[in-house]
Structure formats: C-alpha cells, structure tokens
Design a protein around this ligand. Structure first.
Ligand SMILES: [Zn+2]
Ligand SMILES: [Zn+2]
Length: 146
C-alpha cells in the first residue's frame, strides 16, 4: 500500500494503449445515472473521480465524441480507439468544471469513493442507490459544480 498522498495517480484503458497520470488529488467523486452514462456504462451508472482538468495528462490514441448532455452542457467524452474503454468526460461549455475520470480506469479504484449520486431521476427502478449518499435528481448546478 502506498501513502495517500504518494501521487501522481495513474491509470489505463482495458487494452493498455491509453495511459494517464494525474498530478493532483481528487476534488470529488460521484455516480451518474444520466441516460448518456447508462449507454456508455453498459446499463449502470458511471463512477467518476473529479480532478482539475490541467492536472490530467493522457497518452495514446483517444477517440472523442462531443455532445449536448442531459444537463444542456456541451460535453466531450474520450475513449480508447483500440478497446473502446471510456476514459473521461469534460465539459467544454461552460468552461471551468472539473474533469471526470472514469473511476475504473484508475490503477487505484480506492482513490476516492463516490460522495454523491447525480441524475437519480433517470435511474431505472431496479437501480441500487446507496442511501448513505446525497441523491440529486439532476446534474450539478453552478452553485455546486462537483
Ligand atoms: Zn484500450
Ligand atoms: Zn452521466
């Protein structure tokens, strides 16, 4: 076991073609049940660890898709072109929101447990929503951007 502040944090996609390092500690972590996330996460929520965008460095060939998310924000999602693993999402417009690194791509999935669940209003009835965490029916707001 390494010390909690031993960074940089590292991670990779399923096939190892895409790797990344993060030179900052997480600023939050959350599960997202929006419909877009259900589509890319095979039916479940995505689990995302939030970092300042400038602290995250990717290497390898990344495919990118830009869409208007359920929030109305313009969001870019990055994935490995070799294995298709989802790597991150970041909000292009409005700017300044933290980057969401897919928790499963981190070498250490224990880095930060989810602290909130968002978009619970679009979760299916069978979803298991941890009652110990705050539930938000929709996405983050400017007042609470995490
Ligand atoms: Zn890959
Ligand atoms: Zn989502």
């Amino acid at each position: 076991m390494s010390a909690p502040d031993a960074g940089p944090h590292t991670g990779q996609c399923l096939c190892g073609q895409v790797r990344f390092t993060v030179s900052a500690e997480p600023v939050g972590s959350r599960m997202c049940w929006c419909r877009d996330c259900q589509r890319i996460a095979s039916g479940s929520a995505t689990v995302n660890v939030l970092f300042p965008e400038e602290a995250v460095r990717y290497e390898g060939e990344i495919g990118r898709i830009e869409m208007i998310a359920d929030s109305g924000n313009r969001v870019e999602r990055g994935f490995c072109t070799g294995c298709g693993a989802q790597m991150y999402s970041k909000t292009v417009e409005p700017a300044g929101l933290p980057m969401r690194v897919r928790a499963g791509t981190l070498d250490d999935p224990e880095l930060m447990a989810p602290t909130a669940i968002i978009w619970t209003s679009s979760a299916p009835s069978w979803a298991v929503l941890d009652p110990r965490l705050p539930h938000h029916p929709k996405g983050p707001t400017p007042r609470n951007p995490k």
